[in-house]
Design a protein around this ligand. Structure first.
Ligand code: PGA
Length: 252
């Protein structure tokens, strides 16, 4: 059995000016120098390079929140893997439900973006998750398996070796509703089994699967203690240094 290093990632979404971002990471840097988890923050594009610079030599990595699949060119408003890499990103979040909901992201574009990230040695954090209607319609397994298989279409486990998957039930994001530990663990097991069937048991055992959706100090211990939950992708609670630090420190 593999041991998986827990990963605690903060997704700041469209929040924090450069000044606010630097204040937050300076606080995190001193709070989190001794934690057992790997820590990642995902600032806005405008703060990315300053945040990465500020975190140099620390144990905190930087992620971008999205990318476009072309490297360069006439794509007004887009940002590419080489550009975010140049700004200091090591990870990139791909297929977040807000991108799917508000920006027309599909499993096909997710797949193109994962390929672009891998081409430039960025580690993808692939987000998957069902809506409330899909959960109530008993479609969780079907939806998750579709998102995973289409998102990873034509990729090998060698190419995907550092992949991270984040399970984020759409109905739990920013709503204050969290999946129960049993619901979260059940879906993480489903994802791990599906990966084992599609790739190999060895790859599935190594794969880090994060839980996301209203993770906060009050519920993190219970969720992070579960066998198949290897960390968290945190929105709201990652905007506050004390709260995010307390969650990261709760990793045993
Ligand atoms: P939340 O967001 O923690 O605010 O629910 C999680 C996410 O969208 O990654």
């Amino acid at each position: 059995m593999q041991t998986r290093t827990p990963l605690i990632a903060g997704n700041w979404k469209m929040q924090k000016t450069i000044g606010e971002a630097l204040a937050l990471v300076n606080a995190l840097r001193s709070n989190l120098s001794n934690v057992k988890a790997e820590i990642v923050v995902a600032p806005t594009y405008t703060a990315l390079s300053k945040v990465a610079e500020c975190l140099q030599g620390s144990n905190i990595g930087v992620a971008a929140q999205d990318l476009f699949w072309e490297d360069f060119g006439a794509y007004t408003g887009a940002i590419s893997a080489p550009l975010i890499k140049d700004a200091g990103a090591k990870y990139v979040i791909i297929g977040h439900s807000e991108r799917r909901q508000f920006f027309g992201e599909t499993d096909v574009t997710v797949n193109k973006k994962i390929k672009a990230a891998l081409k430039h040695q960025l580690i993808p954090i692939l987000c998957v998750g069902e809506t409330l209607a899909e959960r109530e319609g008993n479609l969780v397994q079907q939806i998750i398996e579709e998102q995973v298989s289409r998102g990873l279409y034509q990729l090998t486990q060698v190419e995907l070796k550092d992949l991270v998957i984040a399970y984020e039930p759409v109905w739990a994001i920013g709503t204050g509703k969290t999946a129960t530990p049993a619901q979260a663990e059940e879906t993480h097991v489903l994802i791990r089994n599906f990966i084992a069937a599609q790739f190999s048991q060895e790859f599935a055992d190594r794969l880090r699967i994060l839980y996301g959706g209203s993770v906060k100090v009050a519920n993190c211990k219970e969720l992070l203690a579960l066998k198949n939950i290897d960390g968290a992708l945190i929105g709201g609670a990652s905007l506050n240094a004390e709260e995010f630090s307390a969650i990261a420190k709760s990793v045993a």
